[in-house]
Design a protein around this ligand. Structure first.
Ligand SMILES: [Zn+2]
Length: 527
């Protein structure tokens, strides 16, 4: 007896083989049979005529570490067909929480109404298992988290003992279930780290068969240098590298796409395994405070906000802005202030959805002062999107076989505390946008290629066995979608909108999205 039988769907198995019409039977969480016509009895039959059946999408780059605890249904992701999320990216992980990192984590958690009750990766994962999740979760341990725990948020270099302590924390998190190390070398305190420090930590992850996922040091004027550093870390630590949210940000850098891709190809031909993920949009997300020079970002978000209350420091920053404007634009990935759109500012919800130029005009202020004031009023917790990329480059990168799809988004919901911000639309739209806009409308990829970039390639990189493919005995993580109608609906001004054309999502053999509705099932596992 099967639990579920899916009849007459066009199966895209995840390996880039052409779609073929077969029936798929599920029993005990796994795919039990894939055959032309399955006659076995089933508890439930889903008629899939006119739909495509693919492996559930694997999102290699997310920041759902806390939001999954707030809303385990993972609405914005599961509605896209995502059945597995990799969390702990960009150097920031939910554990280990020690030292100076605790207060920083608490600030983020409090805004979500969440209590931090864990310190180690074991404790965090236990809490996640206890509350349950709609989708599977793959945790990484973050360099910024570990560095913040041992060294705080200041511009310092580790002693030998401190380096050993950071490596020990990475190894411990790996032992407790992390599947790799992430870095955010663009962010504090990661940007203080030298390459050797990261190589040491990556080696600790290598010993457990982990991956090295990196938000590289610079995605704008020093992009190629930063990619070279990521490759060097992969080479020396002998670890698979995943360059997160690959992009060419800042209009001065738009010409460099061929050079960027050939560097990555060369590394692979020399035996360094380097892959990338990408979100299908021309705007990125950042904290507004990251436009500041590094010295002004030191000390953690509260300290940064306090610093900006000092008129002398403001004057010094203004002078720096006037003299080194290109560097400010580089950090912000912007051409001018209209490129920065505020998405999340707790104490000032009225500015969400407006760009800095508009807010400044509304308030009769100068844009730079406006930016400073928003950082102060939010205690450093103001987020923005920046329109810094070229559409042609998005397509060129998407087409490359080493680039997979990743949202760089959080699991949110259009209700409750997670609906309060105006997030980047990629949180709700990434995967259906690739299938609708870039496959159906623009023919950038074939449907089979796109699915492969959402499933098996990512599963291989993260060492997820029996996931990301449709074949007998694989886990039954599946998505049914209508290739004619699948589309993202989320926009920058109205982001909390589910996509359309994805009627069924199954996780570990359990139906989570049923005719477009969430069933409240929480069958996800920590992988
Ligand atoms: Zn990042």
């Amino acid at each position: 007896m099967l639990d579920i039988l899916i009849k007459n769907g066009m199966v895209i198995d995840g390996t880039n083989s052409p779609a073929f019409k077969v029936d798929v039977g599920i029993a005990e969480g796994r795919i039990a049979v894939v055959a032309e016509s399955v006659e076995q009895q089933a508890e439930r039959t889903i008629e899939a005529q006119g739909l495509h059946l693919a492996p559930g999408f694997i999102d290699p780059h997310t920041h759902s570490d806390l939001t999954l605890l707030v809303e385990p249904r993972a609405e914005s992701k599961i509605h896209q067909g995502v059945t597995t999320e990799v969390i702990g990216n960009c150097g920031g992980s939910p554990a280990p929480l020690l030292g100076a990192i605790v207060e920083e984590a608490r600030a983020g958690a409090t805004s979500l109404g969440l209590d931090i009750t864990w310190a180690s990766m074991t404790d965090y994962l236990e809490r996640l298992r206890h509350s349950g999740t709609a989708l599977n979760v793959v945790p990484l341990v973050g360099h910024n988290t570990v560095r913040g725990a041992v060294l705080g948020f200041n511009d310092v270099q580790p002693t030998l003992e401190q380096q050993a302590e950071m490596e020990r924390l990475v190894a411990e998190a790996m032992e407790q279930g992390a599947r790799g190390l992430s870095t955010g070398l663009f962010y504090p305190p990661g940007f203080y780290a030298r390459t050797d420090e990261v190589i040491g930590l990556a080696r600790a992850a290598t010993r457990y068969g982990g991956i090295y996922a990196t938000h590289i040091r610079n995605e704008t004027n020093r992009l190629l240098e930063a990619v070279a550093e990521a490759i060097e870390i992969g080479r020396q630590a002998e670890i698979q590298v995943q360059i997160s949210h690959i992009k060419l940000e800042g209009y001065r850098n738009w010409e460099g796409v061929d050079q960027l891709l050939s560097m990555i190809e060369d590394a692979n031909s020399q035996g360094v395994r380097v892959g990338c993920d990408q979100y299908p949009y021309t705007a990125g997300v950042s904290w507004l405070a990251y436009i500041l020079p590094y010295w002004a970002q030191a000390g953690g978000s509260k300290v940064v906000a306090e610093r900006l209350c000092d008129p002398e420091i403001r004057a010094r920053l203004r002078k720096d802005w006037e003299e080194n404007r290109a560097e400010w634009e580089d950090r912000g990935g912007m051409r001018d202030w209209t490129d920065l759109l505020i998405t999340n500012c707790g104490p000032r919800p009225d500015v969400q959805g407006k760009n800095i130029t508009e807010i400044a005009a509304d308030e009769g202020k100068d844009p730079l002062e406006t930016a400073f004031d928003l950082i102060v009023v939010s205690q450093g917790q103001v987020e923005c999107v920046c329109f810094g990329q070229l559409e042609d480059n998005v397509r060129i990168l998407m087409r490359h076989p080493l680039v997979v799809v990743g949202s760089d988004g959080e699991a949110l919901a259009p209700y409750g505390v997670l609906a309060k911000s105006k997030p980047h639309p990629r949180y709700y739209g990434t995967f259906p946008r690739v299938l609708g806009r870039y496959v159906r409308e623009e023919n950038v990829l074939s449907l089979e290629e796109a699915v492969q970039k959402m499933t098996s390639v990512t599963a291989d990189r993260f060492g997820l066995t029996d996931r990301g493919v449709i074949r007998e005995s694989a886990w039954a993580d599946l998505v049914l979608f209508n290739a004619q109608t699948v589309a993202d609906k989320a926009t920058y001004t109205n982001p909390h909108q589910y996509p359309v054309g994805i009627p069924y999502v199954i996780v570990n053999g359990v139906v989570v999205i049923d005719q477009g509705q969430h069933t409240d099932a929480l069958p996800g596992k920590v992988l």
